[in-house]
Design a binder for this molecule. Structure first.
Ligand SMILES: NC(=O)c1ccc[n+]([C@@H]2O[C@H](COP(=O)([O-])OP(=O)(O)OC[C@H]3O[C@@H](n4cnc5c(N)ncnc54)[C@H](O)[C@@H]3O)[C@@H](O)[C@H]2O)c1
Length: 184
């Protein structure tokens, strides 16, 4: 159980890959806020997984700028903190180029890049807070899959290796970015 005492937000958690992430996080002991616009599926999932662990469903459209602060506030009010943010949700529509409207184009940016920025900014103050003491026996720090609470309060730190998102050979600028990381 690597995520005991951890709280996670998973956007798009009611369906697809997000639902898989929610199930896995619960199985590792995390408390999970499932964020999605699909209310029926979100309610159904929470009812189905209630015996596995603590989870809530938050019905929000992540493309709306005001949603981010509301999602973080509701999660913190329910679980007392926030340790993990998974920006999983994304929506897009394909259309022939001459039929592609700004609304169609913006669907992808609104749910993908913009919502990710809104949520990272809203979550940042909570993620930066020192982790509380844990009564669980954690594995050695070097073997942790994720930062976990330790007896000595330490700042949380989210590090995303950007190189993992870039082409690995023959394209782009991966070689210049192999040591890049986004840190809080
Ligand atoms: N499925 C793939 O093969 C694949 C491949 C590469 C990357 N991805 C990425 O993985 C992520 C998940 O993919 P998936 O296949 O599970 O997608 P999916 O369409 O099955 O699920 C996305 C979830 O996001 C929710 N959602 C959509 N718009 C939303 C909004 N505005 N606000 C809140 N929730 C919203 C949907 O209701 C749905 O539950 C996406 O970011 C996708 O781009 C998927």
């Amino acid at each position: 159980m690597k995520l005991i005492n951890k709280t996670a937000i998973v956007t798009g958690g009611a369906g697809g890959i997000g639902q898989g992430i929610v199930r896995h996080f619960l199985s590792e002991g995390a408390k999970v806020a499932v964020v999605d616009i699909n209310e029926d599926q979100g309610d159904k999932l929470v009812a189905e997984l209630a015996d596995l662990g603590e989870l809530i469903f938050i019905r929000k459209d992540i493309s709306l700028p005001e949603s981010a602060a509301e999602i973080v506030a509701e999660t913190v009010a329910r679980f007392g903190g926030l340790d993990i943010l998974v920006n999983n949700a994304h929506a897009s529509k394909q259309a022939p180029i001459l039929e592609t409207t700004p609304e169609i184009w913006n669907l992808s940016f609104g749910t993908g890049t913009l919502a990710t920025l809104y949520l990272m900014q809203a979550a940042h103050p909570e993620l930066k807070k020192p982790a509380a003491a844990s009564s669980t026996s954690d594995p050695a720090p070097e073997s942790r899959a994720c930062p976990t609470r330790s007896p000595t309060p330490q700042p949380r730190r989210l590090s995303v290796p950007l190189a993992a998102l870039l082409p690995t050979s023959g394209q782009g600028t991966a070689s210049a970015s192999t040591s890049s990381a986004l840190s809080l």
